[in-house]
Ligand binder design. Structure first.
Ligand SMILES: *[C@@H]1O[C@H](CO)[C@@H](O)[C@H](O)[C@H]1NC(C)=O
Ligand SMILES: *[C@@H]1O[C@H](CO)[C@@H](O)[C@H](O)[C@H]1NC(C)=O
Ligand SMILES: *[C@@H]1O[C@H](CO)[C@@H](O)[C@H](O)[C@H]1NC(C)=O
Length: 233
């Protein structure tokens, strides 16, 4: 069943197309002296300039519910999902993750372009052309943590718990070693004593890579991944 979000997203695409033409510098400009390509940060775009933006998949499944508050920022996360292997042939156990967050708000109204960007980003050490706006890692007790340190959401953060979990679609991007995409997640900020600032919910969607391979050695396994993270107030 087509959701209202898809329709809203469709409308938003029109807004973005104009926006991109008006403000987005080419993500990558070639150095005329023949050196390595240089990167130019894409201009930060106010969310008010792209009304109707809603996280992909919201409301299509109870696992990924519709957001109930306003959008704070859209990020691309690029890093590793970490697993522990107790023995050769054992099932890898998730032990955390580490990723850098990049500002993707300016691309978010064009869902297809953003998905393609994520699929490409997982193959690169870092996505090209987007400004770094924060980090994602796990606290010592295993709580996922997001820290936004630059851009429109500077100073905001979230210590979250997983509420909803949905298998990625079969069309999702694979990682550099052919790993399949990690699940889409709905995360909400944990109650005190955990601290979140200006963020009550985080969605991880449009994932690429990150799923573990069968354990071939004992110890830590890091699997490259990329994903869209949508932060709500
Ligand atoms: C262009 O490439 C040259 C040669 O690698 C380098 O010296 C120069 O700093 C680069 N310029 C820019 C703007 O990146
Ligand atoms: C996950 O792996 C990264 C390397 O990509 C490492 O820096 C980080 O400390 C690891 N985190 C956990 C919780 O294992
Ligand atoms: C891919 O596989 C190679 C060889 O097994 C390994 O060295 C490398 O760390 C893997 N890379 C990723 C991104 O998982």
């Amino acid at each position: 069943m087509p959701s209202i979000n898809r329709i809203l997203n469709g409308l938003a695409v029109t807004a973005l197309t104009l926006l991109q033409v008006a403000s987005a510098a080419p993500a990558q400009a070639h150095n005329k002296s023949g050196g390595k390509p240089t990167t130019t940060a894409v201009a930060t775009v106010a969310l008010s300039a792209a009304p109707g933006l809603v996280v992909p998949g919201a409301g299509d499944s109870t696992a990924i519910p519709l957001p109930t508050s306003s959008l704070v920022v859209v990020a691309v996360g690029r890093g590793t999902q970490n697993y522990s292997c107790s023995a050769v042939g054992a099932t890898a156990v998730a032990v955390g993750a580490m990723a850098t967050l990049f500002d993707a708000t300016a691309m978010a109204s064009n869902p297809t372009a953003l998905i393609d960007f994520v699929k490409a980003a997982v193959m690169l050490p870092a996505p090209r052309g987007l400004r770094t706006i924060g980090q994602h890692f796990f606290l010592a007790d295993g709580t996922p943590f997001f820290e936004l340190t630059a851009g429109v959401a500077k100073g905001k953060s979230a210590q979250v718990a997983k509420i909803g979990d949905l298998a990625a679609p079969t069309t999702a991007g694979k990682g550099p070693n052919g790993s399949s995409a990690v699940d889409w997640l709905f995360l909400t900020s944990k109650a005190s004593p955990y601290v979140s600032v200006g963020v009550s919910a985080v969605y991880r969607v449009e994932t690429a890579g990150g799923s573990p391979a069968t354990c071939t050695a004992v110890g830590l396994q890091t699997v490259q991944y990329a994903a869209e993270y949508w932060f709500y107030a």
